[in-house]
Design a protein around this ligand. Structure first.
Ligand SMILES: Cc1cc2nc3c(=O)[nH]c(=O)nc-3n(C[C@H](O)[C@H](O)[C@H](O)COP(=O)(O)O)c2cc1C
Length: 329
């Protein structure tokens, strides 16, 4: 692999970018909308794909038949490529995988599990497979498992997170050094300037989650979207490190978890406290105190709720401006 393979450039009319990520997915802009439980259904995914990025349906909060319905509606809403995010540790994984294959979804982003288990199965059917990692070590394992690209997600990110607590700024150069496959940066990115910074560090595309929660198309509860807009510096924290680290907004639920951890409640007790319903209660039903509110540090920079296409267009315009004048503030 030479550095030439990693090079990219604007299309002649500057409306798109040509690099390994845009070619891999067949998209115009190297911007991925993250798969997110209780947020990214067909409406959000198709809106982002129609705007030139890659939209992902988040399978993690969907029963298998619901996932099938979202895939079918997404196909009707866009003729552009889209994908499904599939957390590998979830109970319905076999059924989800079967549906993704039956429905011939072109792209799958796997996360939270071992990429060896499923990559071969999806690749055999001609799918593009991307795995999400939080360390250079797991990026190497993913490359060995045969994935087409990795998402490297830093400690700032919303949702489930690595135990290593490596920030995006430190993670991207480390992963770039460790693997030769295409690299997508995630965690703390909400603007074109941040996208430009990630590309300067060696990423070939970016994945944004928190920013896309605050869109008209996200299926999250309005109260949760408003809470994200209201969140300021220090309002999110990485918690449940013993069980499965997750970044969320500090609220009553977080304080219950914290108290249980301080009291050294064993893992089954923490599992019981978490339950499966807390995330739904917070992010989908809008219970801002008793529910789990997953969001990234970048929420402190998010100040409005708007259509997903507006975000894609703004990020892309700012990226182009930064590329033209990197140090013009
Ligand atoms: C509300 C929410 C739900 C998420 N759910 C998932 C998920 O189901 N699967 C997954 O791989 N990542 C999930 N994530 C992480 C995102 O895919 C993404 O990598 C992350 O949001 C990027 O960081 P950012 O929030 O700073 O943009 C979630 C993030 C958020 C904010």
């Amino acid at each position: 692999m030479t550095s030439d393979n990693m090079e990219g450039g604007f299309s002649p009319d500057s409306t798109g970018f040509d690099n390994r990520i845009t070619r891999l997915f067949g998209i115009r802009i190297p911007l991925v909308q993250a798969g997110m439980i209780w947020a990214s259904g067909w409406r959000l995914a198709s809106a982002v794909s129609n705007a030139g990025g890659l939209g992902l349906i988040g399978a993690g909060s969907m029963y298998p038949d619901v996932l099938r319905e979202h895939i079918r509606k997404c196909k009707q809403a866009t003729d552009k490529p889209f994908g499904v995010n599939l957390p590998l540790l979830y109970p319905d994984i076999d059924k989800h995988a079967a549906i993704i294959l039956e429905e011939k979804v072109p792209v799958v982003f796997t996360s939270a599990g071992n990429p060896k288990t499923w990559t071969g199965v999806f690749k055999e059917q001609g799918m593009t497979v991307v795995h999400v990692v939080s360390s250079a070590r797991f990026a190497v394992k993913s490359q060995e498992a045969g994935v087409d690209a990795v998402v490297a997600e830093g400690f700032e990110a919303g949702g489930h997170n690595g135990r290593e607590e490596t920030t995006t700024l430190c993670l991207i150069p480390a992963v770039r050094r460790a693997v030769t496959i295409p690299l997508i940066a995630a965690g703390g990115i909400a603007t074109g300037r941040a996208m430009y910074a990630m590309m300067a560090l060696g990423a070939e595309g970016v994945q944004m989650g928190s920013r896309f929660v605050c869109t008209h198309e996200a299926s999250s509860h309005q109260a949760f979207k408003d809470a994200v807009v209201a969140a300021g510096e220090g309002d999110t924290i990485l918690t449940m490190k013993q069980l499965t680290p997750v970044r969320l907004i500090r609220n009553q639920f977080y304080r219950q978890v914290r108290a249980a951890e301080d009291a050294c409640v064993p893992i089954p007790g923490l599992q019981q406290l978490l339950g499966r319903g807390r995330a739904k209660r917070g992010m989908f039903e809008g219970d801002l105190e008793e529910g789990e509110l997953e969001i990234g540090q970048v929420s402190a920079l998010i100040g409005d709720i708007k259509p997903a296409a507006a975000i894609v267009n703004e990020v892309w315009a700012e990226f182009r401006q930064a590329a033209a004048q990197p140090f013009h503030f």
